[in-house]
Design a protein. Structure first.
Lengths: 298, 474
């Protein structure tokens, strides 16, 4: 099914139905992206559900997800298209005699010999897709410049073939961890969405959605502790995924309360650096009641 | 209520809204864009067009959606978003108030402090609770109550900022924990800092509203001050900011000067690209394509002044050093005052910034007798230490104020060091204005290196940006 949202509430409800709880502006911006056909630039700290948003959108809208993971040194050949030179060689050899040069040349630079890479396949798809360009900040500025044509006009120029226009318009999401400033030109073409760590109530809802069996009181305490941990100056603050992991771990262990002992034992789920562990144990662990407080229980 | 005369009305709004501006939302939006530009947000025509397109989809009657929709098109970074929010509040607040003044609408009294018996202690706790829960709507109502109760309307100081602080103090709203308060008091564990900020903003807004009603005129528009504009950050987060900038620095240094080198000193034939190129010649590889040379790791030498004249900056410098050590493996660092001392192993041993700075101040052994910087001696010692290791791929970064305390700067030794190293940078924590005044001899060194003014992360970022410029022929 290919849904086309009619209002912001539609989008919010749709995303919720596939297990993604959108924040206030997330639903709005997603709706605008679908309506206006503009790419979204999603920025925010690691682990706030930027990639997950693309996945949820694709599920909700019933579109395929095409993902391009960016890294340093990514180039056109791996992102856009490449000529299938092996096949081209074979073609040349197969018709070495007989066919004229011009004829062969026209032939080998046809679509048949084109290898589609993620960006190309996203706009060449018969059914509209969701295109996720993940961690755009990892690439060079040159690559950003290359994206501009695709993002504003949804077309790709191939020197040998001419302009290749999109068959269908994908919804494009670009994510960035904000490790470097993106170029103005790229930003200008996008809607901007800043995803931050969610508010307490929001995160509580997310945790409950993923671990419905967890006791309400513990879940609340869990997100409160996570919020406290995030306020510390850590190398890597815990992400939403990690609070869900932690909730699952607590469920598995059958913990009936988060006290100092349980916290110290399980905090490696949410804190992943040795120095961070010490800081968290000292600053947060101390505030939690020790086991003696709940020793009255059998 | 009599309407103010036309001439006065025109003066109210200053330059931001000429009296003859066309009415309607579009004109307001353009003015708003203009104001954002005035505050340094890059709003292009295409952004404004996008904003109009968004408004076709989003009803302007929904305040939150309206704001978010505009933000998504006009503010393209977190800093911009912050300024956007401030300007948005200011702009539409002023626009609404101006309309009210023009139409002669007054809100009428609000809450009469004398009439309603307000239990002050209950109010304090109510407000603290609302802050803790972050309930925006409730906070606005309570801000009015607070002004009614504590503001002593009419006899305020006349300066809104002072009144806001006085009300905040008499409410006892603090971010720090207040252990002497009662157990159930929500203020006991301290309140979230940003909630207090928001509450202060509401107080300010309500006070301004009251003032405008009283005087029937808008105060002159003023630009945002730096304090509002900056993202709220404590000293600890600055360390994180330094780390971020240094991560950028790493990226830049890694690729610098490699573009040209990569093609000249080729190593391996790239089969894929050669085959691809051979298609033009019917499958015969005539033109060989080479794999580009992988950039080598840069080698960095950092010298950091830790003398008393740069005390305020040395924490910053050490944090830069600390962050550099996180990013670069081939790096040697030195601290110096009168003599030089290598501290590379301290950084490798200790991961914690505080431990590092303690260790350095304890046993680096850099100050000899006087405790004054002796650049001449430092250069000659540095030259002997690293003479054989310096090569054109190395980068030397000096963090210091170049104040020699009247001693010989020995720029000649510095020149030989700079000549051996590929690039040499000097980061000076003093404003450029003070350079070469008193015993500062930065000019003597500046001939051999690129000097930058650097005492904030912003300037550090500028330095990193400058790194991408092609190496000038020196």
């Amino acid at each position: 099914m290919a849904a086309s949202p009619q209002s912001i509430d539609d989008v919010a409800a749709g995303l919720r139905s596939v297990g993604y709880l959108p924040g206030e502006s997330t639903a709005l911006v997603s709706f605008l992206a679908a309506k206006l056909g503009k790419p979204i630039l999603v920025e925010g700290p690691a682990g706030v559900g930027k990639t997950e948003l693309a996945r949820a959108l694709s599920t909700y809208l019933g579109r395929g997800l095409v993902r391009l993971q960016c890294y340093e040194g990514l180039d056109e050949a791996k992102a856009l298209y490449e000529w299938n030179y092996r096949k081209q060689l074979l073609r040349i050899q197969a018709e070495a005699e007989g066919a004229g040069w011009q004829e062969v040349q026209d032939d080998i630079f046809g679509e048949e010999f084109l290898l589609e890479r993620p960006l190309m396949s996203a706009i060449a798809a018969e059914e509209p897709v969701v295109l996720l360009i993940d961690e755009i900040d990892k690439t060079d500025q040159e690559f950003e410049a290359m994206l501009l044509e695709l993002l504003s006009d949804f077309q790709i120029s191939i020197p040998e073939l001419g302009r290749f226009e999109a068959r269908t318009r994908p919804i494009v999401l670009l994510t960035s961890n904000n490790t470097r400033e993106l170029t103005e030109a790229l930003k200008r073409r996008c809607l901007y969405l800043w995803l931050d760590y969610p508010q307490l109530e929001h995160e509580l809802a997310i945790v409950k959605l993923h671990t419905p069996d967890l006791d309400d009181a513990i879940a609340r305490k869990l997100v409160e502790i996570i919020a406290m941990v995030r306020e510390l100056d850590l190398k890597k603050p815990p992400s939403i995924a990690e609070s869900i992991d932690w909730a699952r771990a607590l469920l598995l262990l059958g913990a009936d309360d988060i006290d100092n002992e349980v916290f110290v034992q399980t905090m490696s789920v949410i804190v992943k650096h040795r120095t961070d562990l010490d800081v968290v144990a000292e600053r947060v662990g101390m505030k939690l009641p020790v086991r003696a407080a709940s020793a009255g229980q059998p | 209520m009599p309407r103010p005369p036309a001439s006065r009305r025109a003066a109210l709004y200053g330059a931001t809204a000429p009296e003859d501006a066309p009415p309607g939302l579009a004109a307001h939006l353009l003015q708003f864009g203009e104001e954002l530009r005035g505050e340094g947000v890059a709003v292009g025509t295409s952004e404004l067009l996008d904003a109009f397109e968004v408004l076709r989809e989003v009803p302007w009657t929904e305040a939150e959606d309206f704001r978010e929709g505009l933000a998504a098109t006009l503010a393209k970074s977190q800093e911009d978003r912050r300024i956007f929010d401030l300007v948005f509040d200011r702009f539409f607040f002023r626009a609404a108030e101006l309309a009210a003044v023009r139409e002669g609408v007054a809100e009428g009294g609000g809450i009469d402090a004398a009439g309603a018996e307000l239990n002050l202690e209950t109010l304090r706790q109510e407000i603290a609770r609302a802050l803790r829960e972050g309930n925006q709507g409730q906070m606005r109502d309570l801000a009015r109550l607070a002004i009614a109760a504590f503001g002593r309307q009419g006899e305020g100081s006349g300066v809104i900022g002072v009144d806001v602080q006085r009300i905040r103090r008499s409410l006892g709203l603090r971010a720090e924990a207040q252990p002497d308060l009662a157990e159930e008091d929500p203020r006991r564990d301290g309140l979230p800092r940003d909630a207090i900020r928001r509450f202060e903003a509401l107080l300010r807004q309500e006070l301004e509203r009251a003032q405008i009603e009283r005087t029937e005129s808008l105060p002159p528009a003023r630009p945002l001050n730096e304090l509002d504009r900056a993202l709220p950050s404590g000293p600890l987060q600055d360390l994180a900011a330094v780390h971020r900038v240094v991560a950028q620095l790493k990226r830049r240094l890694k690729t610098q000067g490699q573009e040209s080198r990569g093609r000249k000193r080729h190593a391996h034939v790239d089969v894929r690209r050669t085959m691809r190129a051979s298609l033009e010649t019917g499958g015969v590889p005539v033109v060989l394509k080479y794999k580009p040379v992988r950039p080598r790791r840069p080698e960095i030498y950092v010298l950091c002044d830790v003398s008393t004249s740069v005390t305020s900056a040395s924490v910053f410098f050490l944090s830069v050093l600390h962050a550099l050590h996180d990013s670069f493996r081939k790096m040697r660092s030195f601290v110096f005052i009168e003599r030089i001392s290598e501290v590379t192993d301290v950084f490798e041993r200790e991961r914690d910034f505080k431990a590092v700075s303690d260790a350095i101040s304890r046993d680096a052994g850099v100050a000899d007798i006087s405790g004054y910087t002796d650049y001449g001696r430092v250069w000659s010692e540095f030259a002997t230490l690293v003479e054989d290791d310096l090569h054109p791929r190395a980068t030397v970064i000096v963090l210091g104020d170049a104040r020699t305390n009247g001693r010989d700067p020995r720029a000649d030794i510095f020149a030989t060091v700079a000549a051996r190293a590929g690039r040499t940078f000097w980061l000076n924590p003093e404003p450029r204005l003070y350079w070469n005044y008193g015993d500062s001899v930065i000019a003597a060194y500046e001939r051999y290196c690129e000097a930058f003014e650097c005492w904030t992360t912003g300037q550090l970022e500028d330095f990193v940006k400058a790194l991408t410029r092609p190496v000038s022929a020196r």
